[in-house]
Design a protein around this ligand. Structure first.
Ligand code: MG
Length: 275
């Protein structure tokens, strides 16, 4: 009888130990999960390579090689600039002219002959989008440049870009940015599902929301002056992005305020900072 009672006590305390063990396991799991979640919310900022990842490898800005390098680095996005040739073919270049040739006044035939410093041809938008295709990690951040000729040409470029993005099958990985507010609205009109952010820094988050845009991509100095725009945009579910942030101190300032994206000429440095 005594032996049976002892056995019962032993199995009872064994049971208690098992319960305690499972409770502490649960606690550990909850602790690990909440740590993971807090880490995720700390490092929510994503890296966008400005004109591709060109600087560290001395590649030409906006070249297909710089886009490929941004993809290799695993950047969230790779930004590039687009203009329209005289015969309405979109080309990828930042400035209005290259090697003395004004891009909007030259034919696509003439522009196709231009070589970048790495030997690659001046890329057409079509070639650029095809080079960024067949991957989903790096988003193609397409800046529609304002025409130096007319508003109508800026809007024509917006149309040409939306058509080409659809034709090449990269709509799901493409985001649009523009300084011209009307161009932003035009892209939204042509493809309401497209992600469109405004660059010029003169609209409040409330104005962007009313216009139906997805967010802002403002110069960092604008955000330093209007710090509340970051929290206001977050409340309104607008995306937040700052250009062009190259120094560690400003990168940290933006990361601490949980900005969604930082556009930088130093993607390697920012990726390291976010580790
Ligand atoms: Mg740009």
């Amino acid at each position: 009888m005594v032996e049976a009672g002892e056995n019962q006590n032993q199995s009872h305390s064994h049971c208690q130990k098992q319960i305690l063990k499972s409770i502490s396991l649960k606690r550990i799991l909850i602790l690990v999960l909440s740590l993971c979640l807090s880490t995720m919310s700390i490092s929510q900022t994503n890296v966008i390579a400005h004109r591709g990842a060109w600087k560290n490898k001395s590649l030409p800005e906006n070249s297909i090689a710089s886009l490929k390098h941004a993809i290799e680095l695993g950047c969230y996005g790779s930004e590039f600039d687009v203009h329209l040739s005289a015969d309405s073919i979109p080309f990828v270049l930042h400035d209005h002219s290259i090697q003395g040739i004004h891009i909007e006044k030259a034919s696509s035939k003439e522009l196709a002959k231009i070589k970048l410093s790495n030997g690659e041809s001046l890329p057409t938008l079509e070639a650029y989008l095809n080079a960024g295709k067949n991957q989903t990690k790096t988003r193609l951040v397409l800046e529609i440049k304002s025409s130096s000729v007319s508003k109508a040409r800026s809007l024509n470029l917006a149309r040409a870009c939306v058509l080409l993005v659809e034709k090449t099958g990269v709509a799901s990985i493409t985001e649009y940015i523009a300084f011209d507010f009307d161009v932003c609205l035009k892209v939204k009109e042509l493809n309401p599902k497209a992600s469109v952010s405004y660059l010029n820094g003169d609209k409040t988050p409330a104005e962007l929301e009313v216009a139906g845009l997805n967010g802002f991509d403002y110069h960092y100095s604008i955000l330093k002056k209007n710090e509340d725009w970051l929290t206001e945009a977050q409340k309104r579910n607008l995306t937040t992005n700052a250009w062009t942030v190259n120094d560690g101190e400003t990168m940290r300032w933006m990361i601490d305020r949980k900005i969604d994206y930082i556009t930088t000429n130093e993607p390697e440095k920012l990726l390291e900072l976010l580790k």
